[in-house]
Design a binder for this molecule. Structure first.
Ligand code: GCU
Length: 607
């Protein structure tokens, strides 16, 4: 029986080791970082796969002093054996998940170490941030052996200040990424998507002046389409710092000064402006400057709001002709991250006649929302509050809020993003409804210019579907998922299904569909065939057009994607086959049914 003394000793060791692992700084998020000059650290990094986390923990599970993070020369093993050597270790490409880069890591879930050297020349009166576009799921950064920061959440960027840790000449960066699924995670243990691990988006060094623009919100006023309003925040600025904002093409500019929090309110009065819309995705160069720091962004200006059961874009009712998309790379598969991935996926959505996409179930690469801005595609963006989280655990709520905040902060400048989704298919319990209502309020608090939604489960009674989930009260737009003809009933039953919706709000059918293996053919009732999937879509369209408050559809989904729970040999083989397009670009029959409905506007009405 362990004595008090023993328990105390363990506690002291643990606190000491945790204290020893204490990071120097908390991550932040620099807005519009893709328009800042940066030193890219993308490319080949050495790796050590470390399922036992032996590079961090000792045999008594205490934090090691001499872990893989230290900046040592492996040859210097006079006093003790150094049992690793990054320079002789294999490499992986960044950005990129590790699972699809080498077969040996296909199923790997656990800690993995990345290391590379890089040269740096300090610039006086400047600060340097280490930018990580995304690291799935938990990440720890060391520079020259100094523990800089930790981050949790696999789909949002973070920036850590490394000014003090850098030295002239050669520097070393070590990043541990651990994609172990955890119960109190966001997402939690179970997902219908592959748990791609690693540094899945760009990594770079960004140099900024002492006082720099780290956040801003510039949006068109809902009340007056000739006014842009918002604020600019300057990091480390005292009150009275001057800010200048200009939109040269619109011949408008304004000056402002920061308050004690470094924030300056901005108002721009416009003569005229081309409002951003799918048909006219007009982006303006916006210049923001303070002292030596100047930032340029490409921004569109539009308003979005609800009016009863209508969604108004720039004051006019709109129908959202959409499709769901996972961040699965076309052709090569694996986590999508590149410009080409974004252009291909959104290009297919455009070809289908879509003006809207639901980016499921987590924030996608920033290149995706930038491309949506350019291509005129409206976006539903979502945090991975997916299925059965620990809704009664305040730590989990804090993690969800953090991811939501990071998602909103990164994409607030994207005109294409109109909806923040706070959940997908979560169980209807009081703890969950409280958790998600809180999250919805947070979303609105941080960004009152967009709409809040969620994808709800619906209950059935005979031939009718009932939408009365209490979470609906907290939403501006109701999303509902159903799989009539696949997980329940027959495709034809959809056409005879009625919908009873308890909310006088716009409804988006946020998921429907069925699996089909591209090239597999048969009758309308032969599961897994293209004909069966097409039959589902034909009947869904009949049903959907009978729902008066339907204002959007995002069938599940654009392209097949890898999933650990799809094991049917010869058909699924680790892929969810509900895509309307196969990963090799083959379009299935249902693609053309939806394309026709979208192109001749025979599905859905804006009012
Ligand atoms: C669910 C879920 C998706 C999943 C889909 C399916 O509705 O939201 O993540 O992939 O159904 O079963 O294919």
């Amino acid at each position: 029986m362990p004595t008090i003394k023993h328990a105390l000793a363990t506690f002291l060791v643990l606190t000491a080791s945790v204290a020893m692992l204490k990071a120097q700084s908390a991550p932040t998020l620099l807005v519009d970082i893709d328009h800042r000059a940066a030193t890219s650290l993308d490319g080949e990094w050495h790796i050590i796969v470390d399922p036992y986390f032996g590079g961090l923990y000792s045999f008594h599970r205490e934090i090691k002093k001499d872990g893989y993070f230290q900046d040592v020369d492996p040859a210097d093993n006079k006093t003790r054996p150094i049992e690793y050597d990054f320079s002789k270790s294999p490499t992986l490409k960044i950005p990129g998940d590790w699972n699809t880069q080498t077969d040996s890591l296909y199923y790997y879930e656990g800690p993995l170490w990345y290391e590379r050297k890089f040269d740096y020349t300090p610039k006086p009166q400047n600060r340097v941030f280490f930018h990580i576009g995304a690291a799935n799921y938990r990440a720890k950064l060391w520079v020259n052996g100094q523990h800089i920061c930790d981050h949790e959440g696999g789909f949002t960027p973070f920036d850590c200040e490394v000014t003090a840790a850098l030295k002239p000449g050669q520097n070393s960066a070590v990043i541990n990424v651990d994609n172990t699924r955890i119960e109190d995670g966001v997402p939690t243990l179970n997902t219908d998507w592959w748990n791609y691990g690693g540094l899945t988006r760009d990594v770079s060094l960004v140099t900024v002046p002492e006082h720099f623009i780290d956040d801003y919100d510039l949006h068109l006023s809902r009340a007056d389409h000739k006014t842009i309003e918002g604020y600019v925040h300057v990091d480390h600025a005292a009150a009275g710092a001057s800010i200048h904002v200009s939109i040269p093409e619109l011949k408008v500019d304004t000056n402002a000064t920061t308050d004690a929090e470094g924030r300056a309110a901005i108002t721009l009065h416009l003569q005229g402006i081309q409002l951003w819309a799918p048909e006219t995705p007009k982006l303006y160069k916006v210049n923001i400057s303070t002292g030596p720091d100047t930032l340029t962004d490409d921004m569109g200006f539009r308003t979005v709001e609800v009016q009863g059961t209508k969604i108004l874009l720039n004051g006019r009712p709109i129908y959202l002709r959409g499709i769901c998309i996972h961040a699965e790379a076309p052709y090569r598969t694996g986590r999508a991250y590149s410009e080409k991935d974004a252009d291909t996926l959104l290009g297919w959505a455009k070809e289908m006649g879509a003006n809207f996409v639901r980016l499921a179930h987590y924030p996608h690469d920033e290149r995706m929302t930038r491309a949506a801005d350019r291509m005129g595609i409206l976006v539903w963006s979502e945090v991975p509050t997916y299925w059965a989280l620990q809704f009664d655990n305040p730590t989990v709520l804090a993690k969800a809020e953090q991811q939501l905040h990071e998602e909103q902060r990164r994409d607030r400048d994207k005109a294409s993003v109109i909806l923040w989704s706070v959940a997908n298919e979560t169980p209807n319990t009081p703890a969950r409804t409280l958790f998600l209502s809180t999250l919805a309020d947070k979303a609105r608090e941080y960004d009152p210019t967009r709409l809040v939604t969620a994808a709800l489960l619906v209950r059935g009674q005979g031939n009718s579907k009932i939408v009365d989930d209490p979470l609906g009260k907290a939403l501006d737009v109701i999303g509902t998922n159903e799989y009539i003809g696949w997980y329940e009933k027959t495709p034809e039953d959809a056409a005879n299904t009625t919908w009873n919706i308890a909310y006088d709000k716009p409804l988006i059918m946020s998921e429907f569909g069925g699996d089909a293996k591209a090239g597999l053919h048969g009758g309308d009732h032969d599961r897994w065939t293209e004909e069966y999937q097409a039959n589902i879509f034909r009947n869904q369209i009949v049903m959907l057009n009978k729902i008066p408050q339907l204002r959007g559809t995002t069938p599940w989904l654009l392209m097949d994607f890898r999933s650990p729970v799809r094991k049917l040999p010869g058909i699924q083989d680790d892929f969810n086959r509900k895509g309307l397009i196969a990963p090799d670009g083959t379009k299935k029959k249902a693609f053309f049914i939806l394309q026709k409905a979208y192109q001749d506007n025979s599905l859905g009405k804006p009012e």
